[in-house]
Design a protein around this ligand. Structure first.
Ligand code: URA
Length: 204
């Protein structure tokens, strides 16, 4: 366990927050101002063993500035509870920090614009496990951690554990379906419940 007194994770994460808040060159900044909403930086333990990475904030998230606090968040809370994982013990963020209009998929240039913030969040928190939520986070993280040769559709990769290296040591990447899909699809929810058991076993 890192010595919490001697590291400045909270300070470094606050710097990221301030930079995102002032990111006027972002392709989504004008949307944020027009809709009087907030960016969503991330939430949870700065010492989390597990980091969850979603796609981009939805309406509820942009209104509150908190990740996964709407319908998909309710499912995520259920999944965490099913695996005995406390939400406050993990860190939850997204690749894209501002809401794309009408919840459309994030564009490649939006992912590229926000990815450096996510890369820094990972370097600061140093999770042992990165659980991606949905195909955009899966593709970005697998490419970033030299797993591009294993990339395939999420229906083939979900729930598998990929061992790889981060700058700070070994990590496991576990692709998961996006919980929003489970809002309407009971089969996906069942698969997510099973995958959260795999996730649980990954931290034991
Ligand atoms: N969907 C996401 O990908 N992220 C959120 O924070 C909420 C919904």
């Amino acid at each position: 366990m890192p010595n919490r007194l001697n590291d400045n994770r909270t300070e470094l994460l606050k710097q990221i927050r301030d930079e995102v808040v002032n990111f006027k060159n972002s392709p989504l900044y004008q949307e944020r101002i027009k809709n009087k909403v907030f960016p969503v930086i991330g939430e949870g333990s700065h010492y989390a063993k597990i980091m969850f990475i979603g796609e981009a904030p939805g309406r509820n998230e942009a209104q509150t500035g908190r990740p996964f606090c709407g319908a998909a968040g309710k499912i995520l809370d259920e999944l965490l509870a099913s695996a005995g994982i406390k939400r406050e013990d993990v860190y939850i963020t997204n690749i894209v920090k501002d809401r794309p209009p009408f919840n459309r998929d994030p564009l490649p240039e939006e992912i590229e614009a926000y990815a450096p913030f996510l890369a820094r969040q990972i370097e600061i928190i140093k999770p042992e496990i990165i659980a991606t939520l949905g195909r955009f986070a899966m593709a970005y993280i697998m490419k970033r951690f030299s797993l591009e040769n294993s990339l395939d559709s999420i229906s083939r990769l979900h729930g598998r554990i990929f061992e790889t290296e981060a700058s700070y040591g070994k990590i496991k990447v576990i692709p998961l379906y996006h919980p929003a899909v489970a809002v309407y699809n009971a089969n996906t929810k069942e698969e997510l419940l099973q995958d959260f058991q795999t996730l649980r076993s990954g931290i034991e």
